[in-house]
Design a protein around this ligand. Structure first.
Ligand code: SAH
Ligand code: SF4
Ligand code: F3S
Length: 480
């Protein structure tokens, strides 16, 4: 950073962001910070030192939403003790779902901003400064948001998220997302490719394409073509998009999340099999193994459909590591339904997974179903399922011990001389390696499994990694 810029930043304002929930929120939080930087804001690690506090919230389960109110309580004390004239903004899915209630319940909230209105944040901050009551914006206008937010993008790491799709039309009966994020909208291929190119130029090696239903992404084939064959109907799906991104110089790894089993088409499966830069890891939530429950959840497929899909994916990419989401205790779930979830889990064998107790969400169809499952029974089922999933995760990791895997090094580890990177299967790996390996992909022999990661030994030189001009370490450069 030049000294002139430094002085400017130091004299400017400070922002503290706390992010709850999914990766889409992580992406949105980063974009909000990028948007505020030209206004003189720099980030701080502590709310007490902030002029602006943004809580980017999640509404998916009851506990996630409650967290906001307990954090606002704590923030009230921080604000009272702070010498700064703190502005408090609540963003994200709670803002969208119950923004007015938030503003009423917590008088320290100055701004309520829904996920589709972040690009209007600077204007809202200016309005809030007049201190004439809470400023609310929860309009839906996703296309406008996408491109406005991408314009100020900074790249500051080896791995980056790129949102390609937002919203959900699936209306699973337990889920709030279709209400908080709105209808499925795909960003244009050209915009995604140009954002990814700029990231690659700035040294990013791995991109993770994000969407609530990422594999529902679709767009007319772009005129530029990007060397990718369009489908007969002239459209592109996520498979074509991944192939186009694989052609971008500097991009070494591509991932995408979260996929819905219903949208996993043949073109995407073929791309997973053929495109080396697409990593052999797929998060494919199933929620339940019982057809009765899948139907009540409105998932749109049976357990047999899911097995068939997994078989086709494994035929295309035999080493694929599978991950999933599960809900136990959906209304009406019997013990025998739960046993079917266990049987599905046994049959599929997951490398990693997330599992949750069903949480009743006001306004969703399942919330008013009879036969809600007792909390202690949900606890019991969750413990049984999690024990099985942990066994599978441990077995998957143990199977990697002794193998030499390409590891993308992302950052220094806690111990001196250690770096942290990722395997193609998304496990974190610790290995002793020179700092210059950050941003590079190097062969690492896996030696041991630790509770949250793998330990390995460097077994060769890293590839070239980031473009040389980034190695000089100019953190300001380049802007997108
Ligand atoms: N779009 C993705 C993920 C959405 S939310 C998908 O369809 O898979 C992430 C996960 O949260 C879901 O997969 C589900 O397992 C869980 N989830 C969503 N609503 C929930 C609820 N009401 N109670 C418990 N878990 C829930
Ligand atoms: Fe929620 Fe279902 Fe949409 Fe996923 S597909 S976001 S679980 S409604
Ligand atoms: Fe939560 Fe909204 Fe993501 S409800 S999981 S932050 S889409």
């Amino acid at each position: 950073m030049s000294s002139e810029k430094q002085t400017q930043a130091e004299s400017g304002k400070t922002v503290f962001v706390k992010t709850y929930g999914c990766q889409m929120n992580v992406y949105d939080s980063e974009r909000m910070v990028s948007l505020l930087r030209p206004l003189g804001y720099r980030t701080v690690e502590n709310a007490a030192n902030a002029d602006l506090v943004i809580l980017n919230t999640c509404h998916i389960r009851e506990k996630a939403a409650e967290k906001l109110y307990s954090d606002l309580g704590r923030l009230r004390r921080t604000k009272a003790e702070s010498a700064r004239d703190m502005t408090v903004a609540v963003a994200g899915c709670v803002a969208q779902a119950e923004g007015e209630e938030v503003a009423e319940r917590a008088d320290i909230v100055d701004i309520v901003v829904g996920p589709q209105a972040y690009h209007r944040l600077p204007e809202m901050i200016a309005r809030a400064a007049r201190r004439t009551g809470a400023v609310l914006d929860t309009d839906f206008s996703v296309e406008e948001k996408f491109d406005a937010l991408a314009r100020n993008r900074d790249a500051d790491g080896v791995s980056a998220f790129v949102t390609v799709q937002e919203g959900c039309d699936k209306f699973c009966t337990f889920c709030v997302v279709p209400y908080t994020r709105g209808a499925e909208i795909s960003r244009s291929a050209a915009a995604i490719i140009s954002e990814t190119r700029a990231l690659a130029q700035a040294g990013v090696r791995e991109v993770t394409l994000l969407g609530q239903n990422v594999n529902a992404w679709t767009s007319p084939a772009p005129a530029a073509g990007y060397g990718v064959k369009a489908r007969k109907d002239g459209a592109w799906g996520l498979g074509e998009l991944c192939r186009a991104i694989a052609r971008i110089d500097g991009v070494a790894r591509i991932r995408f999340t979260t996929s819905h089993p219903r949208d996993m088409d043949e073109a995407l499966i073929a791309a997973l099999g053929e495109e080396e830069k697409l990593m052999p890891y797929l998060h494919l939530p199933v929620q339940s193994g019982a057809d009765r429950i899948l139907k009540a959840m409105n998932r749109g497929h049976t357990a047999a459909d899911y097995f068939d899909l997994i078989a086709r994916i494994r035929a295309a990419r035999p080493d694929i590591a599978l991950s999933g989401d599960f809900i136990v205790g959906f209304p009406g779930e019997t013990n025998s339904d739960f046993e079917e979830t266990l049987a599905l889990t046994e049959a599929v064998c997951y490398a990693s997974a997330y599992s949750f107790k069903y949480s009743r969400r006001p306004g969703t169809p399942a919330a008013i179903l009879a036969k809600q499952v007792a909390e202690d029974e949900k606890d019991r089922r969750l413990a049984v399922l999690q024990a099985l999933l942990k066994e599978q995760r441990d077995a998957f990791c143990a199977g990697l011990v002794g193998e030499t895997l390409p590891v993308l090094f992302e950052r220094p580890g806690r111990k001196a001389g250690q770096l942290i990177g990722k395997t193609p299967y998304l496990q974190s790996v610790h290995a002793y390696a020179p700092d210059s390996n950050v941003g590079g992909i190097a062969p690492v022999r896996i030696e041991a499994v630790t509770p949250n990661a793998l330990a390995g030994e460097l077994a060769g030189a890293a590839d070239e990694g980031r473009p040389a001009r980034m190695k000089a370490g100019d953190a300001q450069e380049p802007r997108v």
